[in-house]
Design a protein around this ligand. Sequence first.
Ligand SMILES: [Zn+2]
Length: 72
Amino acid sequence: MSIIESLRKLVDPVQLRQEQEERKALRETPVKETAGAPPVFVCRVCGHTDIQDAYCPVCLADTMSRQELPRR
Ligand SMILES: [Zn+2]
């Protein structure tokens, strides 16, 4: 084993840790955006939009489906 390889073994855990932290930061950012946006429910029958729950007050039925709004 060369000296360079032994040095790389010492450095690699640090790089791995940095990559994991970067990935964690990338993963946490979209979660925060999703948590800040209120859920929107759209009735698939009449198109009524509500943020409360999956029950449509117009159709008086459980026809609302949750819709993810793109925030860009
Ligand atoms: Zn409806």
